[in-house]
Design a protein around this ligand. Structure first.
Ligand SMILES: [Zn+2]
Length: 400
């Protein structure tokens, strides 16, 4: 029953496509999605994206929006462009945005999952720093001494996640015709991932302070380096229960808490523009959203999000997009429920992105804008998207 409905729908689609397609284009009985969709549409965090996927898979005619919204997913750009070319109805909804049909918010919690939608993100090679002279991120695989060594398994994944995180930054800058890449330590032509065994922590007990203290004692304290650590274990609360899944430590920060007054000066002497900082992503992210978490925490060490910015939360994040785990797009938008200033009623998000895929600053008005409007907030405050940031390599920017 279901099957025959599908066939009829597909036939209609094929008929519509072939009637408007130029002669000579073969119509296919089975449509190729070019690898755009995940195995199950339910893996797509964005509600409209999920519906688009379901409708498409059901053989329905779908209304594609701007194909460039898929820039993080090249296979979907291909599919979108082909369908728009072949689909008479495609351009009818030019003012259609994926969040315009409000009312149903995504309830999906993808969690750590190797088939997460984020795992499809495009990898873009970071900018390789091969010496000790330049500013850079250093990838580290760290484990407690009582855990087995998974370096050989994890190091290639850590490189991939770093490349996927860089892909998000790179895609954001491309919107401004700027080529931006995270500067990262390389060795032998690939990203360097150090293998570090920690002796002051165990699989049962670890915390940010112990991790940072031991790493610094091992010499990871160069002021030109921000250490991007993937820790093969969990951190624990004082009562032994599992702690947070990812966090950052700002080594040179003048106050003890990230929520304190920050340095938003638009100068290369900005305190965020140096090491030695640490961004940690813990074992829970193995295989799912590690790339998002790595970029998120690393961004904190670069000064994202300032408490003077238009859509800040007061705890180092932005609120003009839902967080990624709630189906939003901005990798740095969220409220930190563990922060002293947190109240559940504060947790209200805007919808500045209205698109698809992951973004590095929805609206480009809070932390990343390679070409800020003169006089705007990001033209007059610390802006991670400008060449004054020593930890991102910029090209194709007009020199002053
Ligand atoms: Zn955060």
């Amino acid at each position: 029953m279901m099957k025959s409905t599908l066939v009829v729908l597909m036939l209609i689609t094929v008929l519509l496509v072939s009637s408007c397609a130029p002669k000579g284009v073969p119509s296919e009985a089975k449509r190729d999605d070019f690898g755009c969709w995940p195995p199950s549409c339910s893996l797509i965090p964005d509600q409209q994206g999920k519906k688009l996927c379901e409708d498409w898979k059901a053989g329905k005619q779908v209304q594609w929006f701007d194909c460039s919204g898929f820039s993080d997913f090249p296979n979907c750009v291909k599919l979108c462009e082909l369908e728009k070319k072949n689909n008479l109805q495609a351009d009818a909804g030019s003012d259609w945005t994926p969040f315009s049909q409000s009312g149903s918010e995504s309830q999906i919690n993808n969690g750590p999952d190797s088939t997460s939608y984020a795992s499809q993100l495009k990898e873009v090679p970071p900018f390789c720093v091969n010496d000790n002279e330049d500013h850079r991120a250093q990838l580290i695989y760290a484990r407690p001494q009582d855990a087995s060594d998974r370096y050989d398994l994890l190091a290639p994944k850590i490189r991939k996640w770093a490349g996927q995180g860089n892909g998000i930054v790179n895609a954001e800058a491309k919107r401004f015709d700027v080529n931006a890449n995270l500067k990262m330590a390389c060795e032998g032509g690939k990203l360097s991932v150090l293998n570090v065994v920690l002796t002051t922590v165990t699989t049962k007990r670890a915390d940010l302070y112990l991790l940072t203290t031991e790493l610094r004692s091992k010499g990871f304290k160069e002021d030109k380096v921000k250490y991007m650590v993937w820790y093969d274990g969990i951190v624990t609360n004082p009562d032994g229960s599992p702690g947070t899944k990812a966090e950052a430590w700002l080594d040179n920060w003048p106050t003890t808490s990230f929520g304190q007054p920050q340095d938003d000066r638009p100068t290369d002497e900005n305190l965020f523009n140096q090491g030695a900082d640490f961004s940690f992503v813990y074992q829970q992210f193995d295989g799912g959203y590690a790339q998002i978490a790595m970029l998120h925490e690393y961004s904190h060490t670069m000064g994202v999000v300032q408490h003077s910015s238009p859509h800040h939360t007061g705890d180092g994040h932005c609120k003009d997009s839902k967080p990624v785990h709630l189906g939003g797009q901005d990798v740095n938008c969220a409220f930190n429920a563990a922060h002293p200033s947190y109240k559940p009623e504060l947790e209200v998000y805007g919808d500045a992105c209205n698109g698809f895929g992951f973004r590095y600053d929805c609206g480009n008005d809070d932390y990343f804008n390679p070409k800020p409007e003169p006089g705007s907030y990001l033209a007059t405050h610390w802006n991670v998207g400008l060449p004054m940031n020593k930890f991102i390599q910029f090209d194709n920017i007009e020199k002053k």
